[in-house]
Design a protein around this ligand. Structure first.
Ligand code: GRF
Length: 193
């Protein structure tokens, strides 16, 4: 059973593109109906437009969090969205907003949570001489990078890796992991119907 997905981005949008393509190629039975960016210059907006997906800019610099979230909530409801995928979305959603969308917001983080939370997770892994890191897809709750973990993928770190090479290795796995999780959720959702 498929979801009506909204993807929230702030930048490049490679995870977004990958989810859109998986839907278009019927690897998933969901559809991406909406892309929202909190930054007007997010490259992902251009990509989403190429796929003819409705895009919205809610500029978090000029909007107070309350207005930002109430506008976002309206757009999501208007489009009958029932799953929100954060993909490089760099704004923290408030407790109140997250409570309105229980188990309906996913995030992808470039580390094996609970390790290396927050910004620059790949840099943190390199600086800590970690032997491995990876990526995590989790439900979003009111604790940053703290919601229930759905799935993770480990990536080995070699002595030659730097932040850049590790980020590339992790990103390749992120793309696969997000789709794997969405497939699992579609299955669970189908069973609950
Ligand atoms: C990814 O590494 C994701 O894990 C993190 O931000 C990055 C977004 O990349 N939250 P992209 O915009 O999907 O290419």
């Amino acid at each position: 059973m498929g979801f009506r997905i909204a993807i929230l981005i702030s930048g490049r949008g490679s995870n977004m593109k990958n989810i859109i393509e998986a839907c278009n190629k019927k690897k998933l039975c969901s559809s991406v109906n909406l892309v929202v960016s909190n930054k007007s210059n997010a490259y992902g907006l251009k990509v989403a437009s190429k796929y003819k997906i409705e895009t919205h800019i809610l500029d978090s610099k000029s909007l107070a969090t309350e207005s930002f979230e109430s506008l976002l909530d309206k757009i999501l409801k208007k489009n009958n969205i029932n799953l929100i995928c954060l993909a490089g979305f760099m704004k923290i959603l408030s407790k109140g907003f997250v409570k309105k969308w229980p188990k309906m917001i996913l995030n992808i983080h470039p580390s094996i949570l609970p390790y290396f939370k927050g910004l620059n997770a790949q840099k943190q892994a390199i600086e800590n001489n970690a032997k491995y890191s990876g990526c995590t897809v989790h439900f979003v709750n009111d604790v940053m990078d703290g919601g229930e973990i759905i799935d993770q993928k480990i990536v080995n770190i070699s002595t030659h890796d730097d932040e850049d090479s590790l980020s590339k290795k992790i990103l390749m796995e992120e793309h696969k992991l997000y789709i794997k999780v969405l497939k699992k959720l579609e299955k669970d959702y189908g069973k609950s119907k």
